[in-house]
Design a protein around this ligand. Structure first.
Ligand SMILES: *Cc1c(COP(=O)(O)O)cnc(C)c1O
Length: 447
């Protein structure tokens, strides 16, 4: 019996594991409806639901290189890539081998292990601002830990964040701002009390805010990749560094997406800015759950057991996740990044031409190895207010038509389009043809 079979149907068809006829295989819809009865909304990360685009998700049975296969056996070229966590392609042999080897040694101990030490070293070697690195389980845990650490070591409460930047499901950072100017945060979701965000200031991206000495830290996505892909404008990151230095605040780079995707040194190497703290996730786990905070040794020593800012985690530095992460970082050589850079440019061109030929107004900005989307003719957005002028209807139409043609984009208009090592020339050619067909259908559907 395969995991996505309907057990009752298997039994009725007389299937047993050694003699599976496939008679018990359930459809995407059946399995998703079953998930909805067990899991709120049928998903364990809200953005996976198809709320923004309509319809019901495909349920993934397995992945291989650039492809995912749903439970019905349909193949998709995958441009989600676990929202950037997978960069080498699905089921990459180096990752699979590392995971198996680590699992055979035991899955978790609650004691220091060599693999966590090696991953911390590997991060420090590649990202010089990370003199010390603490590993944890998600990007969300990394941003919440970095904020707590910044507040703890500065003795200040205020945090400044930027509208349209995403830092995971961290209460203090789930703040919504006003339009255009820096404002005190309002709760960005139900369940976050006003008091939790009353020390969070939300400012427009790409404008250097004026700080005062009540601010513990600025946290920023150095390349914004959760409102489409928006590059930092000239002087923006330099301005943040200078403004933090002026008032003694810390600069936190949230490199959960950009870390080890833009290159071995992340956005901080690309733009030559040294943050005080950096948050990681996604790529550093090779597709397994992970997060990390790295930074200046004197600040990182503020964490317990040396300092006074508490952090702990039963599975932090997990042997399997760190083995997969090490395998990923080892595979990400300079040549691989050169190749990914070329592919990102190629993918952007392919998507642009496919949409243009169909008369669909769409732009696909490239920042290094990151590709974004913006549906409209106007100038590319530089902040969240502008990003929100994208045509969500156009995106939803393209998304649905593309899915029908076997191309899986992420089910939201503000996500990046992730290119990995699996997306070779042949796959890019296939994307060109399929997305053109999809764009023609989308234009038709939009009327
Ligand atoms: C994905 C993401 C996070 C959250 O990471 P999780 O591992 O999903 O908790 C934080 N910051 C940025 C920039 C992200 O893209």
């Amino acid at each position: 019996m395969i995991p996505y079979c309907d057990e009752a149907r298997c039994a009725a068809a007389g299937c047993v594991p050694t003699l599976c006829t496939g008679a018990g295989v359930a459809s995407n819809r059946e399995l998703f409806e079953r998930s909805e009865r067990a899991i709120p909304g049928g998903v364990n990360s809200s953005i996976r639901a198809f709320k923004a685009v309509g319809g019901s998700p495909y349920v993934v049975a397995r992945g291989e290189g650039p492809y995912v296969f749903d439970v019905e056996g349909k193949r998709y070229i995958d441009l989600v890539q676990s929202y950037g966590a997978v960069i080498l392609g699905h089921a990459h042999p180096a990752i699979t081998a590392a995971v198996i080897a680590a699992a055979e040694d035991g899955t978790s101990f609650g004691a220091p292990t060599p693999r966590e030490m090696k991953l911390a070293e590997a991060i420090s070697e590649r990202v010089p601002s990370c003199e010390l690195v603490r590993l944890m389980n998600s990007g969300t845990e990394a941003t919440s830990t970095a904020v707590r650490l910044a507040r703890g070591v500065t003795g200040r409460d205020r945090i400044l964040t930027f509208a349209g930047n995403f830092h995971g499901a961290t209460d203090a950072l789930l703040a919504a701002g006003g339009s255009g100017v820096a404002t005190l945060g309002l709760p960005g979701t139900a369940g976050v009390p006003n008091a939790t965000v009353e020390n969070t200031i939300v400012a427009p991206y790409n404008v250097v805010p004026q700080l005062d000495e009540s601010v513990a830290a600025i946290i920023v996505e150095p390349v914004a990749a959760n409102m489409g892909v928006v590059a930092p404008g000239p002087g923006f990151l330099e301005g943040l560094r200078a403004e933090c230095d002026r008032v003694g605040a810390l600069l936190i780079f949230d490199e959960v997406i950009t870390g080890f995707r833009l290159g071995p040194g992340g956005a901080q190497a690309k733009y030559d800015i040294r943050p005080d703290l950096t948050c990681f996730g996604k790529v550093i786990g090779g597709g397994l759950p992970i997060g990390a905070v790295g930074g200046r040794a004197d600040i990182m020593q503020g964490l317990t057991p040396i300092g006074k800012v508490f952090h702990a985690g039963t599975l932090a530095g997990n042997p399997i996740a760190t083995a997969a992460g090490l395998a990923a970082l080892d595979a990400l050589t300079g040549d691989v990044y050169m190749e990914l850079l070329a592919r990102a440019r190629q993918l952007s061109g392919v998507l642009r031409d496919a949409c243009a030929a169909a008369g669909l107004a769409a732009q696909f900005p490239v920042v290094g190895t990151l590709v974004g989307m913006y549906f409209g003719d106007g100038p590319l957005p530089t902040n969240f207010d502008q990003a929100k002028t994208t045509s969500e209807a156009a995106y939803a139409a393209l998304f649905q038509a593309a899915l029908g043609e076997g191309i899986a984009f992420a089910p939201g208009a503000y996500e990046a389009v992730f290119v990995g090592l699996g997306h070779d020339d042949r796959v890019l050619d296939e994307i060109a043809v399929a997305v053109n067909v999809a764009a023609v259908k989308a234009v038709g559907a939009l009327g």
